[in-house]
Design a protein around this ligand. Structure first.
Ligand SMILES: Nc1ncnc2c1ncn2[C@@H]1O[C@H](COP(=O)(O)OP(=O)(O)O)[C@@H](O)[C@H]1O
Ligand SMILES: [Mg+2]
Length: 328
């Protein structure tokens, strides 16, 4: 299961994603966290001091990651693997497990949590034309990630509408917009659901920094009741924490937890349809290839890809078999 936190800068995405990750760590044995925000802050917001591992940005290792995921596939016949290329039965895949070779080497680790970081990037890196962009690498990772319903993947993302045309737009089973009770903040959510109608069913809202009834009424005016997962109060504990009172963070966490119970409950209902996921990926890949890459590479990138590939074929195998598959 994958969840992405979205919203206008400053609304509280990172604070909320970090709180949710810590909450999940009390509920489950392993969480995979991904920092995909323009400004990388998730690690700090998590307030975990004993991370082990070598931190590097996925974006810096684009070519290594690409060739790892490529595995032993032959269907590309020399054509490049780009961010939207659907996998093949001969691809390497990634499991949500701390022993997974990709996760071992790419992330920071602590008991019950691994953290992957995409890296800082410029807004102009974002877009369909730029497959080597850092977010392109992230999209590629998601398309090779075999997460099941017992796996928890949480991403702190960039603002809402940047990726609607790319294959990163649909990777999450649930999109959560963190909005402040302001017009500008709510507009980012409104733009997103207007531009990506197909994602409306799995897109929800948390109102953050809600200070009293007027704020609540303001949010309720713009966000449908069934979309609003809950309200997190404007908390003086956070400022106390930022002023050096370490204990204040747990008081704030208590204020978030009621909402997180609802988030988890709704998230668990968003069952992924892998066939639909692959079909969408194929459609986006075809479209992007026709619009950009075929001309650039002088070949068709979307034709004659592995016709036998179905996610179900690789998902059915247990973790050890998939490790075998990864190794071979
Ligand atoms: N519920 C809240 N109450 C008070 N301050 C908050 C709350 N949520 C976030 N903040 C503060 O707002 C600022 C921006 O939060 P951040 O999570 O970094 O936003 P984003 O990731 O969306 O840019 C931070 O200083 C954070 O401490
Ligand atoms: Mg942030």
């Amino acid at each position: 299961m994958r969840i992405g936190f979205f919203g206008k800068g400053g609304a509280g995405k990172t604070t909320t994603a970090a709180g949710f990750i810590r909450y999940l760590m009390t509920k489950t044995s392993y969480v995979l966290a991904i920092d995909a925000d323009v400004n990388i802050h998730l690690k700090d917001a998590l307030q975990i001091n004993n991370f082990a591992g070598q931190q590097y940005d996925l974006g810096e290792k684009a070519s290594e990651i690409t060739s790892y995921l490529m595995g032993k596939r032959t269907d590309l016949a020399g054509r490049p693997l780009i961010s939207s290329t659907p996998p093949s039965l001969n691809s390497n895949f990634i499991r949500v497990a701390k022993e997974d070779p990709f996760i071992v080497s790419s992330g920071l680790h602590t008991n019950g949590l691994s953290l992957l970081t995409v890296g800082t990037y410029q807004q102009e890196d974002v877009g369909a034309s730029c497959y080597h962009s850092k977010l392109g690498v992230l999209a590629m990772v998601f398309h090779h990630l075999l997460d099941g319903e017992q796996d928890y993947v949480v991403a702190d993302t960039n603002a809402g509408t940047d990726n609607v045309a790319t294959s990163l737009a649909f990777v999450y089973d649930m999109n959560v917009f963190v909005v402040e009770p302001t017009e500008k903040s709510i507009k980012v959510y409104q733009d997103f659901i207007r531009l990506s109608e197909k994602l409306n069913g799995k897109t929800f809202v948390i109102a953050n920094k809600v200070d009293g009834d007027l704020d609540r009424q303001f949010v309720e005016k713009f966000v449908d009741k069934e979309k609003l997962l809950g309200l997190i109060p404007y908390s003086k504990h956070l400022k106390e924490f930022e002023q050096g009172n370490r204990g204040a963070l747990s008081s704030f966490a208590m204020q978030q937890y009621d909402v997180f119970d609802t988030v988890l409950e709704v998230w668990k209902k968003q069952i992924r349809n892998w066939e639909a996921y692959l079909a969408t990926l194929q459609t986006v890949h075809k479209k992007n290839s026709l619009e950009w890459y075929d001309a650039y590479y002088g070949t068709s990138l979307s034709d004659n890809l592995d016709p036998n590939f179905k996610y179900q074929n690789v998902l059915a195998k247990d973790v050890s078999t998939v490790k075998e598959l990864v190794r071979n």
